[in-house]
Design a binder for this molecule. Structure first.
Ligand code: PLP
Length: 377
């Protein structure tokens, strides 16, 4: 068996080499390294792809999450509701602005924010009266959109801004509506390991609101007014490099084909593993871009055994995520206890992700499945 990659960016480059190399060469010869024409072209194509009216490309996915919170003036005394099972950045952006992240548990089958837990947490915050419920950041974990049809009405009811953290969600759908088009704002990441990744850091924010889009563009460049050296608010330096935009364009053109391949791979994994494992569940009407393929072991001990065995057999794995955010050291002052988010806590002890990308072969999947089944039989 050849060396197995968790996410084979080399295979993707070999497929797209000509266009990527040409894109890079064009940027270098054009010398327009910041906010060049490729950046604008990418934003336009991302609007076309997602169905959103406005796209503001950014320096990374974390800034893409931070900027809508800044645009909404969220800060001290505000509650921002986030799932306990996600990458740290989802909660970090609220903390950066002095707001308080309020954690919600997730659904055991989809790994996404549980709307019932969200409603419970919002009611608790309202009842306590210390924080104002201001925003919800729902995450499209592993490629499947969060339960927006249930989350949207809760946000409307309490007048909260809804932000879709689509850092892992790009390419997902609910009833044909694309990820990056849910809520008031959507944020995505082009970190190399994401389903649509560049060759460095990158991201984008989406909205359908023209005024908010203008605000985001001002925040992106130091709170600029009518021109760069007029500053009307405090902002960031959060632009996407032209080089990264040029690299993303051919990758975006290949994205649907790669997503189809990842869905084929997910099905092949499931066909072989479903007798022994709980394979990922995609709800009716939902479509996952399967940026990650995540299974659940029966226990923490079984997971250790599996990961050890896979490593010995040359199969790379990842744990997304080993610790829920409400139990992270940095949030100890918030006073959460073990047992507060039982499903997130259990998942952190049992989940593991297998190699998954747009160029994975039948042989590799079959080898991984055979190895994995051998470890649990
Ligand atoms: C990757 C990721 C981010 C952050 O994106 P960066 O581009 O690394 O800043 C935020 N949220 C989730 C769920 C992610 O997976």
């Amino acid at each position: 068996m050849e060396k197995i990659a968790f996410n084979d960016l080399g295979a993707q480059y070999r497929h797209l080499k000509e266009e990527i190399d040409k894109g890079i060469a064009d940027v270098i010869s054009g010398c327009h390294f910041i906010s060049g024409p490729q950046t604008e072209e990418l934003e336009k194509e991302l609007c076309d792809y997602t169905g959103r009216k406005f796209c503001v490309s950014t320096s990374n996915g974390t800034d893409a999450l931070l900027m809508p919170l800044m645009a909404k003036g969220i800060g001290r005394g505000d509650a921002v509701f986030v799932p306990a099972l996600t990458f740290f950045a989802t909660a970090e952006v609220a903390s950066l602005l002095g707001a308080t992240p309020v954690f919600c548990d997730v659904e055991e089958d989809t790994f996404n924010m549980d709307p019932k837990s969200l409603e419970k947490q919002v009611e608790k915050v309202v009842k306590e009266g210390k924080l104002k419920p201001k925003a919800v950041i729902a995450v499209d974990l592993f490629g499947q959109p969060a339960a927006f049809p249930e989350i949207e009405p809760i946000c409307k009811k309490y007048g909260m801004t809804l932000i879709e953290d689509a850092a892992q969600g790009f390419g997902g759908q609910i009833n044909g509506k694309k990820a990056c088009s849910f809520g008031d704002f959507s944020a995505t990441s082009f970190f190399p390991a994401k389903a649509l990744g560049c060759y460095g850091d990158g991201g984008a924010v989406f909205t359908d609101d023209e005024e908010q889009a203008a605000l985001l563009k001002s925040i992106r460049v130091h709170g600029k007014g009518s021109f760069k050296y007029e500053n009307v608010r405090v902002g960031l330096n959060a632009r996407l490099d032209t080089l990264q935009a040029a690299i993303l364009l051919p990758k975006l053109h290949a994205f649907d084909k790669e997503t189809e391949h990842r869905n084929w791979a997910a099905k092949r994994y499931a066909d072989r593993l479903q007798d022994k494992f709980q394979v990922p569940v995609v709800h009716d009407g939902y479509f996952s871009s399967f940026g990650y393929y995540t299974l659940k072991a029966e226990s923490e001990e079984q997971r250790s055994k599996i990961l050890e065995g896979l490593k010995t057999a040359g199969v790379p794995t990842m744990i997304y995520y080993p610790m829920p955010l409400h139990l992270q050291k940095v949030y100890a002052p918030l006073g959460y206890q073990e047992g507060d988010m039982p499903i997130s806590e259990k998942l952190c002890k049992t989940v593991f992700s297998l190699p998954m990308h747009g160029y994975i072969t039948e042989d590799v999947i079959d080898y991984i499945c055979k190895t994995l089944l051998g470890l649990v039989s």
